[in-house]
Design a protein around this ligand. Structure first.
Ligand code: APR
Length: 230
């Protein structure tokens, strides 16, 4: 049985990483257009670099939770039959042990060189304009996908969704495409669809099953059910 799990900010919320669509419409006090668009970066690169430097440091100080760990446990049991597709730029899935993982919106722990296109691993700050380890130019930006930019690995993700028997959405509001469209794609190709979320999202296509609750409770319980049904 092939399973694709799409995760969003909700899976990391209980680790202490804030979600995006808080009630005040701000992301950590900033308008999304200012810190998550190419135009925002062009208008005020220092603000954007500082913002992601703070996010990178913040994520380094938190730890994976029971939901990340449950997905890593599922991968240990079923191997490559599980693909985790995350919209999150934190590294909590890999720190929990997930390996068959796609970061479709990029990673805080990577930089992107605007001169040569290299995507080196990055744990330090970018505000002080460090040189690219590949070409030496001081043109590194966070390797995160901003609004108006193309997410990573779309071909691989779509193929996996189409080929999946079960498609599961965890902790994502379904507000951002193309990720928000994967449930419809999965359903169209015959997958069973499951949503695990604190508050069920307003998906255009209803999920076959919805389990409402905190990720640290509903994800381990769902993994237990999958493994006991084998
Ligand atoms: N357990 C489960 N779900 C939770 C929890 C929790 N503890 N806390 C919050 N949620 C759910 C919310 O109900 C909501 O549906 O997580 C979802 C978070 O939604 P968003 O903040 O919109 O995050 P996400 O869907 O990941 O955003 C998608 O938008 O800004 C862009 O690129 C960014 O990847 C991000 C994308």
């Amino acid at each position: 049985m092939r399973i694709v799990v799409l995760t969003g900010a909700g899976i990391s919320a209980e680790s202490g990483v804030p979600t995006f669509r808080d009630a005040d419409g701000l992301w950590e006090g900033h308008r999304v257009e200012d810190v998550a668009t190419p135009e925002g970066f062009e208008a005020d690169p220092d603000l954007v670099l500082r913002f992601y430097d703070e996010r990178r440091r913040g994520v380094a100080s938190v730890t994976p939770n029971a939901a990340h760990e449950a997905l890593a446990r599922l991968e240990r049991e079923i191997g490559d039959d599980l693909l985790v597709v995350t919209q999150n730029v934190d590294d909590l899935h890999e720190r929990a042990g997930s390996r068959n993982l796609v970061h479709m919106h990029g990673e805080l722990r990577r930089a992107l060189c605007l001169s040569c296109g290299a995507r080196p691993e990055w744990t330090g700050d970018l505000l002080d304009r460090p040189p690219c380890p590949e070409c030496g130019e001081r043109m590194l930006r966070p390797d995160v996908v901003w609004f108006g930019e193309l997410p990573y690995d779309l071909d691989r993700i779509e193929r996996a969704v189409i080929d999946s028997d079960v498609f599961v959405s965890v902790g994502t509001s379904g507000a951002v495409y193309p990720a928000a469209g994967y449930v419809a794609l999965a359903a169209a190709f015959g997958a069973r669809t499951v949503e695990l979320n604190l508050v069920p999202s307003d998906a255009l296509v209803p999920f076959d099953e919805v389990r409402a609750g905190a990720a640290t409770e509903v994800v381990p319980a769902w993994v237990d059910d999958v493994l006991s049904a084998r």
